[in-house]
Write a protein that binds this ligand. Sequence first.
Ligand code: ADP
Ligand code: MG
Length: 249
Amino acid sequence: MLRTVDLFKHFGGFVAVDGVDFELEEGEKHAIIGPNGAGKTTFFHLITGHLRPDRGRVEYEGRELTGLPPHRIVKAGLARSFQRVNVYPRMSVFENVQVALMARDDRHFTMFRIGARFNRDETLDLLALVGLAEEAEEQAGELAYGKQKQLELAIALAERPRVLLLDEPTAGMSPSETEEAIRLIHEIADARGLTLLFTEHDMTVVFGIADRITVLHNGGVIASGTPEAVRGDPQVRSVYLGEGGDGAA
Ligand code: ADP
Ligand code: MG
């Protein structure tokens, strides 16, 4: 469904993504893992158009996406959430999703013209899907952290993506928020028939969600396969043990 070929990005003399060949299959839940600084976020930015690769290609359903701006890539069917929360804090939860739907439909708006009824049903459906039906009228910035991340999910889903990219979806969450987020991500991916690509450093989350794992280290792929295969891979083990990780990979 999605493929990168020899994808490469450097910052000055530092190589962040080093010739990555990668394939995402329709319907899978695929984790990109690796120690801090491995290049996971940069790899995501290259796919979603937030950074331009110095070399290599990104293809989606046989179509080349390389170098397209982010909004074109979203329109093509790939939506993402960011490692840091990205909502309009002063707007209500409802309005955050409503505005995302307006953007998708290319509606121009001013804050004054947001009619309460505009896309009301779809907005409420999305809020229910991410478990925020009760919080619709709350100010987004006042939500607990985990709930803000749920709101981000609703905003990403407003684009009606076929591929959802999540950069460390549980970063900063408490253990109970994390557990809830894992459950929610499964539920949403299944309900919407989404293909999922996510980065993560928490192994509990990785093994709770992924049916395929690709391991990045120093910008390059060192392993890719089923969770069992990756868990047993000697090079993966040495990277995680060598970095003082918990060795769970
Ligand atoms: P990860 O998400 O796996 O933790 P990143 O992709 O964020 O890794 O970063 C990979 C490496 O690239 C890190 O060493 C980081 O410091 C460096 N890097 C990322 N973005 C930039 C940038 N805009 N300018 C310079 N260096 C960067
Ligand atoms: Mg990152």
